[in-house]
Design a protein around this ligand. Structure first.
Ligand code: DPX
Length: 558
């Protein structure tokens, strides 16, 4: 059998550990999909549309370390680019692969279907460059291996998405075979001079401080530095706070854990922990308008040691040439113990009092019951909206994961992303919290959970509108058409699936629905939670006001 370009790509994807790739068929990628199917180490998983396909891959990368999505030219790839922008924002190595025009059509003056109707086929590659860290167009078999290797290596090194387009008549062309995968996984060597200097500067900085605290940020997982951060916290013995987008990136049963730092909507005592410290080690943070609560809570200046993915800045000096885990490990060896901030503060475990069984279901009671079902095997996927704030007030057992998309914030992300995440970590229980407005964007991907029999539990918050937007800035555009969300499951089952749709209007109904969902192992369950529109977390309202006033700043006078 001839060894082909498509087989080379499939082998490389399997070599980096992918067991699945996500796809939507189209005539520019059909031959490529055939080639990928020949690889028996990987399963081809289908999505309802390319936006969802991109988000499914993004979710798979969260669970599995990397992912691939295969789409057709323009009509498919341009939809997928939104999700790829999300993967860029969220630091996830997703490989977007688009079938593309026949190599003879490039530069021929021909006008092709599915294109914008001009004769230059470079526009897709140009567009995608802005949302990827490497992008290649393959129009001949000889250069395919180098281009495939280049993009995959870039994705893994930078934890960012990449792009490949493969001319539809090239995927089945003869190609050389790949060597060992180690060349794609290796990292540039460490600059030990710079690393030692950074550690010395950090130790001097810490020795001068009495009240040290650590702040854990959302790029920590992409930097592969979760364990190293915990080891540094063990050594320092100081108080540790997490940023919202880093929920679950630091164990909540750790002796130093104090809770969420989010400016004025921080957990009790945590604003003081960070803002009154005389040394704050910020590990892999992203300070944006949301995380700084409209620029009101932004640790910076000479009290801050900023340890980013590939750079450390401390005491007016900046260092690079090493990875974050290398820096944290080296620092943990030399760092002085700094337990004062932990002694002076306590972790206040979030508790919500149970409601009467037959009362009207409230947001608090829903959050309480969801929190009670979390175990170390749970992945909780929190959609943009009040679901963020509900996730933030949960206490997590060690091992429980929270997934959110706070940088990109595309409503509807949670449904396809949890589908991909569930595919990539089938040993875990996936629980989704999603608002009605968000769900309406990508609802059809629940059908794929039915198809692939994934027991995802979806808490659909029916509060009849875009409640977070109502908190930020109200108007008629925040009120949506109601759907029978639980009823959709019958549509998706179409007489042959095991999806379950349930309604919960009281605490007792919710409890019963959760039991049924947990027993339904052969398909997803939607639990439609009926909540008053005005019933949302206090933190959402406070935070929303701050963000609204940041948005409303007047233009500067010229
Ligand atoms: C919008 C947002 O119902 O949740 O908890 O009721 O707010 P809440 P819902 O899912 O509503 C979501 C809604 C409309 N954001 O409040 S957060 C603007 C927006 C976005 N992404 C895309 N379009 C619009 N974030 C793709």
């Amino acid at each position: 059998m001839t060894y082909t370009v498509g087989m080379y790509l499939a082998d490389r994807l399997a070599q980096i550990g992918l067991k699945h790739h996500f796809a939507v068929a189209g005539d520019y990628n059909l031959v490529l999909l055939d080639q990928l199917l020949l690889n028996k180490d990987m399963q081809q998983i289908y999505c309802c549309n390319e936006l969802n396909c991109g988000f499914s891959a993004e979710g798979y990368a969260r669970a599995h370390g990397a992912a691939a999505a295969v789409v057709t030219f323009s009509v498919g790839a341009i939809s997928a680019m939104n999700a790829i922008g999300g993967a860029y924002a969220e630091n996830l190595p997703v490989i977007l692969i688009s079938g593309s025009p026949n190599s003879n059509d490039y530069g021929s003056g021909h006008i092709l279907h599915h294109t914008i109707g001009t004769t230059d086929y470079g526009y897709q590659l140009e567009m995608v460059r802005h949302v990827t860290c490497a992008a290649e167009s393959i129009t001949d078999a000889a250069s395919a291996p180098a281009k495939i290797d280049h993009v995959i290596r870039s994705a893994l090194r930078e934890s960012k998405p990449v792009y490949l387009e493969i001319a539809c008549n090239v995927s089945a062309q003869e190609c050389v075979r790949p060597g060992p995968v180690s060349s794609l996984l290796s990292h540039p060597s460490t600059d030990t001079v710079s690393l030692n200097a950074a550690v010395d500067a950090a130790v001097t900085f810490l020795e001068k401080a009495e009240r040290t605290a650590m702040l854990v940020g959302s790029k920590l997982r992409a930097a592969h530095a979760l364990k190293e951060t915990e080891a540094l916290a063990d050594k320092l013995g100081c108080g540790v706070a997490i940023m919202a987008a880093a929920k679950s990136f630091f164990p909540e049963d750790h002796a130093g854990f104090r809770g969420l730092y989010w400016g004025e909507v921080s957990a009790p005592g945590v604003q003081d922990l960070i803002e009154k410290a005389d040394a704050v080690i910020c590990v892999a943070p992203v300070f944006n308008d949301y995380s700084t609560v409209g620029w009101t809570a932004w640790p910076k200046g000479d009290k801050v040691l900023l340890a980013e993915t590939n750079r450390v800045t401390v005491a007016g000096q900046t260092f690079e040439g090493f990875t974050l885990p290398e820096f944290l490990t080296a620092l943990a060896k030399k760092a002085p113990a700094r337990p004062l901030s932990a002694k002076e503060t306590t972790y206040v475990k979030p508790e919500i009092a149970p409601a009467q069984a037959d009362a009207k279901l409230t947001n608090d009671e829903m959050a309480r019951q969801i929190n009670a079902m979390l175990t170390s095997d749970t992945t909780l996927v929190a959609e943009t909206g009040d679901s963020w704030f509900n996730a933030m007030r949960m206490h997590l057992p060690r091992g429980a994961r929270v997934e959110s998309e706070m940088q990109w914030g595309h409503i509807g992300w949670s449904v396809p992303s949890s589908f991909g995440n569930a595919m990539g970590s089938q040993d875990r229980q996936h629980v989704v919290m999603v608002g009605d407005g968000s769900f309406q964007l990508t609802a059809q991907e629940v059908a794929q959970m039915v198809r692939y029999e994934l027991p995802v539990i979806i808490f659909l918050v029916n509060n009849r509108g875009y409640v977070i937007e109502i908190a930020i800035h109200d108007g008629p555009y925040n009120y949506i058409k109601n759907w029978d969300y639980a009823g959709l499951m019958e549509v998706f089952n179409a007489g042959e699936g095991h999806g379950l749709g349930l309604h919960a209007k009281t605490p007792a109904e919710l409890e019963d629905a959760i039991k049924q969902a947990q027993a339904n192992r052969r398909g997803p369950t939607i639990i439609e939670c009926h909540i008053d529109r005005s019933d949302c977390t206090d933190t959402l309202v406070k935070w929303g006001k701050r963000v609204a006033s940041a948005n409303a700043r007047k233009p500067q006078a010229v």
